[in-house]
Design a protein around this ligand. Structure first.
Ligand SMILES: [Zn+2]
Ligand SMILES: [Zn+2]
Length: 315
């Protein structure tokens, strides 16, 4: 077995350590709350929040990231020409020709077509290559070590729900354990090993609640702005330059683009998207860009000129 292959296998195994850590903490918290503390009247709500938290965590971990469809791969002829071309300008000409029919509106910092040499695909808008997953991921937000998966187009809703239910779980534990925690300090609790669990339940729940709250608030803000974490740090570049609000369609549409347009499914970790948004090719191919009346605004190569996606919403 090649050393690089062994190293890769080791990296894959080690990448599960944060997930194993979270799983152990959650299992311990379940044991401490249900077995050691065991306050019957709290158990229904506890189990509900526990189930929703575990469900959304599971879906975030095991939902495979979406990669670009085959339409974004170069044809055999183009690929050979691209590999033979020595000058970057020639390579860009090949990419521009291949991207003519594709719904691509973002560019590299220097105005070129975004291309992944590793996956050999033209990158759709909002798509980035993840070195940890070794693949191009649609609407990549970030690679999260706590779920050992890329957070992106296919699981962003699950990730938000995972944070939300983690908050509910921690908050419920912290508030219901507080009275026993106080009794611990006032020494009125029977001196059993349950004391130890009660003490740590409160500390761990409060600590996780505080740290998750800031992350959750930040992602809610990103959802409202229709930005990924990557785009928040580096504005996407369109043909008319960088535009950090380039994908924003207004608050309501931004929210439905992640959670879907059926409110009753918002809180469930099912994949739901806005019905009137078609995602055949890329994240940016939304209803506004599919409107054929807008075709006049596109250059022959399919690149819109001087307008951001937000501008389309005002057309
Ligand atoms: Zn790639
Ligand atoms: Zn990744």
């Amino acid at each position: 077995m090649a050393p690089s292959h062994v190293l890769r296998c080791c990296q894959r195994v080690l990448a599960w350590i944060p997930v194993a850590f979270i799983t152990m903490v959650v299992c311990w918290s379940y044991y401490a709350y249900v077995v050691e503390l065991c306050v019957f009247i709290y158990l229904t709500v506890f189990h509900f929040s526990f189930f929703m938290f575990v469900w959304s965590y599971w879906k975030t971990i095991f939902t495979r990231p979406s990669s670009p469809t085959k339409e974004f791969s170069l044809s055999k002829v183009d690929k050979e020409q691209y590999e033979r071309a020595e000058r970057p300008e020639t390579q860009q000409e090949i990419l521009k020709r291949a991207a003519r029919e594709l719904p691509i509106y973002t560019r590299t910092g220097s105005g070129g077509i975004r291309y992944c040499d590793r996956c050999q695909v033209i990158k759709p808008d909002r798509c980035h290559h993840c070195s940890a997953c070794d693949m191009c991921v649609l609407k990549m937000d970030h690679h999260c070590p706590w779920v050992n998966n890329c957070v992106g187009f296919s699981n962003y809703k699950f990730f938000i729900l995972f944070l939300a239910y983690a908050l509910v779980y921690c908050l419920f534990i912290a508030t219901t354990v507080l009275q026993y925690f106080i009794k611990f300090w006032t020494v009125s609790l029977p001196d059993t090993h349950a004391k130890f669990h009660v003490l740590f339940l409160f500390f761990v729940a409060a600590m996780f609640f505080i740290s998750i709250l800031s992350l959750f608030s930040y992602h809610l803000w990103l959802v409202g702005k229709n930005r990924s974490t990557i785009e928040a740090f580096r504005a996407p570049v369109f043909s008319n330059g960088p535009d950090k609000n380039g994908f924003s369609l207004g608050f309501r549409k931004n929210v439905t683009q992640v959670f879907g347009d059926q409110g009753r499914l918002w809180l469930l970790p099912f994949f739901t998207r806005c019905d009137d948004v078609i995602h055949t090719f890329s994240e940016s191919q939304n209803q506004l860009l599919n409107n054929h009346s807008n075709e006049n605004h596109l250059e022959p190569n399919g690149v819109k000129t001087g307008m951001s996606l937000a501008d389309y919403s005002r057309v």
